[in-house]
Ligand binder design. Structure first.
Ligand SMILES: NC(=O)c1ccc[n+]([C@@H]2O[C@H](COP(=O)([O-])OP(=O)(O)OC[C@H]3O[C@@H](n4cnc5c(N)ncnc54)[C@H](O)[C@@H]3O)[C@@H](O)[C@H]2O)c1
Length: 487
């Protein structure tokens, strides 16, 4: 219990339109990152719970698919309105689950989820097939749902991820079983509750709790047609391989080590602002973060000085105080991973500009950290840290910066700050990344495709692109004359 808020859900799972409990599964404590205290407990799904979720989704899906897109969309749009009406309550829950400050969650979590439900609800009725004339004959195509989609979430945006996967799946007539991260199990339950209050028929959006030991049998179940994972590359490899075994569709939203190039003709304050958004928002726990900040040599010291000044004005502390702008790491485990990278950065010779340590307070706080004079081969420039750690690297020429930016196994995002627009487009053209930014960083509107290339993933979330990842095409040849057979 946090003062004035009780995040304990009615039960651990949401199946067939209602909360369901089964305490036979392992207990999963929900730890508030601001204090380290346990604020709720849920129980890992047992095989019986998993079976209930899959069976109820399977049973509900055909009738849902038979409804018109307009009817389905109306329910999703109603859910979007309800989420907006309950934004404060949902934002507080998101802050309890993740430790992210209310100054963020009030604006980008439930609201982004509502955007997805509204957008895909609106799109549902517009998805049509093609008519392909072939002389007298013709082919028509239908875009059909896949059936049962499994969503598996990471812990950094639990409400948003539950909606970004659920909205296009449901809009296209699929059912979903969603497994949130075991670190942040609370928010997806609320999404399920609201969807059903908005009129979603029972069984179409089920939430079950657990670690990878629940995720793996979900992915492997032969009744599942698609798996959409948001998580790390190592998990993505395992889940993609398991899905391939059953020839299932996949969307893989995985990790990154994205480059942000700042040329010396850039507006300095905008570039510093972009670098802050791309490294310290959500305490750096954002997959698309531009954590390799390449700064052209001429403005390096000016950039670092301005960055340090602005970081000094971060308000660090209680996530539920709206004045707070920077919160804790999501968990003790994640904090320890990040502290390990801070040690490596120092040991491998990077220059610490600010931060660099755990903060002397309760909870899992790490000071916003900037390393300068980072070189391409340092561990902090190669591996995803997923914490508030910016690596600043210097460069001289555009060609050199592009080559070094692309020299990574990841390809989620990339950004460029420059006042030369011809250069901006040239650089973006050369980036090996799925989601690019010019003179901004980390905007993710529902209208824009989001996702990565290389090891950062497969498929796209949001935008009309996502429709293709939650449906398949049936083509129908219609012969108008006689059939000519050889014998
Ligand atoms: N590209 C994106 O859109 C995006 C967004 C947010 C986070 N991420 C990435 O997520 C990572 C951080 O999240 P995390 O630590 O929760 O990731 P993770 O890979 O540890 O876990 C992700 C989810 O997969 C589940 N899981 C683990 N093993 C599984 C298995 N064998 N089968 C099925 N499910 C399994 C976990 O329980 C969890 O729900 C980072 O790498 C980050 O970059 C990517």
């Amino acid at each position: 219990m946090i003062e004035g808020v009780d995040p304990q859900p009615k039960a651990s799972h949401f199946i067939a339109g209602r909360y369901v409990e089964d305490t036979a599964g392992a207990a999963i404590p929900v730890i508030y990152p601001h204090t380290g205290a346990t604020i709720a407990t849920v129980y890992e799904a047992t095989p019986a719970i998993l079976e209930q979720a899959i069976a109820s989704a399977r049973a509900a899906q055909p009738a849902w698919a038979a409804m018109s897109g307009t009817e389905r969309g109306r329910i999703l749009r109603r859910a979007a309105d309800m989420i907006r009406e309950r934004n404060r309550e949902l934002s507080i829950l998101e802050s309890c689950d993740t430790g992210k400050p209310l100054s963020e969650t009030l604006y980008v979590d439930a609201t982004s989820g509502a955007d997805a439900l509204e957008y895909f609800g609106g799109l549902a009725a517009t998805v049509t097939g093609e008519h392909i004339p072939l002389g007298q004959d013709w082919v028509y195509t239908r875009r059909e749902p896949l059936g049962l989609c499994v969503g598996i979430g990471a812990w950094n945006y639990p409400t948003q991820i539950a909606c970004w996967k659920g909205a296009p799946a449901l809009a296209m007539g699929n059912a979903m079983v969603f497994k949130p991260s075991e670190t942040t199990p609370l928010c997806a339950l609320k999404v399920a509750e609201i969807l059903h209050e908005a009129g979603l028929p029972a069984g179409l959006y089920n939430v079950i709790q657990g670690t990878g030991t629940v995720g793996a049998p979900l992915v492997g179940d032969r009744r599942v047609d698609k798996v959409s994972l948001t998580g790390s590359v190592p998990t993505g490899r395992k889940v993609y391989a398991a899905a391939a075994d059953g020839m299932k569709h996949v969307t893989m939203e995985l990790g990154g080590k994205s480059p942000l190039l700042i040329f010396d003709d850039a507006d300095l304050d905008n570039a510093v602002g972009g670098a802050i958004l791309g490294n310290f928002y959500s305490s750096g726990q954002v997959c698309s973060n531009g954590t390799r900040v390449f700064v052209q040599k001429g403005i390096k010291e000016a950039f670092l000085n301005r960055l340090k000044e602005r970081l000094d004005s971060a308000v660090i502390g209680d996530p539920l105080d709206e004045a707070t702008t920077f919160g804790p790491m999501v968990s003790e485990a994640q904090m320890k991973i990040v502290l390990g990278y801070l040690e490596k950065g120092a040991a491998e010779g990077a220059r610490l500009v600010t931060g660099g340590a755990r903060m002397d307070r309760d909870g899992f706080y790490i000071a916003p950290t900037v390393f300068a004079d980072v070189t391409d081969d340092m561990t902090i420039a190669r591996e995803e840290i997923f914490g508030p750690v910016m690596a600043v690297l210097d460069f001289e020429t555009e060609e050199e910066a592009i080559a070094r930016a692309n020299d990574t196994e990841f390809g989620l995002a990339a950004g460029v700050f420059t006042s030369d627009l011809a250069r901006a487009h040239r650089v973006v053209d050369a980036f090996e990344a799925g989601t690019c930014y010019i003179n901004t960083y980390n905007d993710a509107p529902v209208e824009a495709p989001f996702g990565g290339v290389k090891m950062s993933g497969v498929g796209r979330e949001n935008s009309k692109e996502a429709i293709h990842h939650y449906s398949q095409v049936k083509s129908v040849y219609v012969r108008m004359g006689d059939v000519e057979a050889p014998f």
